[in-house]
Design a protein. Sequence first.
Length: 125
Amino acid sequence: MSDRVVGTGFSYSCRVGFHAYEQEIRQEILVDFEVDTDWRAAARRDLPEGIVDYFEVDRALRARLESRDYQIIEAIAEDVAWILCTRFAVRAARVKVTKHPLGMKVQAVAVECLRHPADYEGEIG
């Protein structure tokens, strides 16, 4: 059995890009995620122990993403997946990161990844 928590539209101000003009500014990136988990015990007790707390997810993501400089959004997606898989009780994490490219007639670009806690075995989140 697997339960799912879905987070949509988490917004962060990041320095991301490998072009010189992008490295001087902060840009909004959006993070969406889906995590497979098991919330049955918490739901039966109606208590928040053992759940994926989206407030804590947001706090961890904001601290990480807004304090680093990135060249590519793929690195942001990997950081998000790493945090979800190492700090929260998840079986799998699917992460989508969206950016609105500057100076282009493009609505948005996005990357997605699927990771499991075993992908980060031995790493501490």
